[in-house]
Design a protein around this ligand. Structure first.
Ligand SMILES: Cc1cc2nc3c(=O)[nH]c(=O)nc-3n(C[C@H](O)[C@H](O)[C@H](O)COP(=O)(O)OP(=O)(O)OC[C@H]3O[C@@H](n4cnc5c(N)ncnc54)[C@H](O)[C@@H]3O)c2cc1C
Length: 268
């Protein structure tokens, strides 16, 4: 598993496009010659200015995380994880799809108000095979199981567009509104089930009720932390998936900001 080479890039909003009631796509530009997305669920860290700042203060030093933590809280930028969902050259651009949520998070608020010219910074990948990609099915994989809520939809879109022709995929995607559904271009042999407007956790019920293909599976599951943990338990416990073949990531946790989650991880 490669470790990151990541580095900081100053970026500006180039375009804002509404994808549906929940999602807004922000296209970032800047000096991105050294920015190299590996596709799939490629993650980056986004740094946002505080109210009154034109641009975020970017941490310096060998250990950027220690540098970020050492910044005074009056200038320390909000740091959030997002997915690179498309990169283009000439002009240098990449897209991030933000799920807007009504829970007052700074990233969701920033995205809802973003305008061309707004400044931000990202800690992004500088080589294609980097530690910010979790989707790595072993070579003997027979079929893929993907599940996501709206925050992990950009990653599933990236995974589907990256897969070669003919790979069997079963995917379940939970979104708040039917109008959040969108085409997910892929060469894979993908059966995508949209779960729109239901209760949180509807993916678990849908997977529980599904009859799954035979063959060696690899599962990639992401979304709200407790929903992801419950689904992993189901796959490993009730369905007999080998736990090493279930890649699972809590993309957010109900009632906790990303700062809360980082503080909890630091205490542990
Ligand atoms: C590897 C990775 C990749 C990610 N990629 C994306 C992506 O491409 N697009 C994307 O939209 N998100 C993505 N996320 C999730 C995103 O980082 C979180 O949703 C983050 O909490 C949003 O920051 P915020 O400032 O809006 O809210 P925070 O300040 O972090 O949280 C404030 C409150 O809002 C709640 N909250 C956070 N997100 C949601 C939500 N979606 N719905 C309802 N309540 C919520 C929290 O529980 C908390 O109570 C990703 C996360 C990870 C770990």
């Amino acid at each position: 598993m490669p470790t990151a080479p990541f580095r900081f890039f100053d970026v500006r909003v180039v375009r804002v496009s509404r994808l549906g009631p929940t999602m807004v796509r922000i296209t970032f530009g800047g000096d991105l010659a050294g920015f190299v997305s590996g596709g799939r669920d490629q993650r980056l860290k986004l740094f946002l200015p505080l109210p009154g700042q034109e641009a975020p203060v970017v941490p310096s030093g060998e250990d950027w995380y220690a540098g970020w933590r050492a910044l005074d809280s009056s200038v320390r930028p909000h740091m959030r994880s997002y997915t690179v969902c498309g990169q283009r050259r000439d002009p240098e651009e990449f897209d991030v799809d933000f799920a807007l949520h009504g829970d007052g998070g700074p990233a969701s608020r920033w995205a809802a108000r973003a305008r061309p010219g707004d400044r931000a910074a990202v800690l992004g990948p500088s080589v294609e095979d980097n530690g910010g990609i979790d989707f790595r099915p072993p070579s003997d994989t027979g079929w893929l199981l993907l599940t996501a809520d709206e925050t992990a939809l950009p990653a599933v879109a990236g995974i589907l567009s990256w897969l070669p022709a003919g790979v069997p995929v079963r995917a379940w995607i939970e979104v708040p509104h039917p109008e959040d559904e969108r085409p997910l271009p892929t060469a894979a042999d993908a059966e995508v089930t949209w779960l729109a407007g239901g209760a949180r956790g509807s993916v678990l019920d849908a997977v529980r009720a599904a009859s799954l293909p035979a063959g060696v599976p690899y599962a990639w599951i992401a979304g709200e932390s407790s929903a992801v943990r419950a689904l992993r338990r189901h796959l490993v416990g009730a369905r007999g998936f080998d736990r090493r073949r279930v890649e699972f990531t809590g993309y957010w946790r109900k009632g906790a900001s990303e700062e809360d989650l980082l503080a909890e991880a630091a205490r542990a």
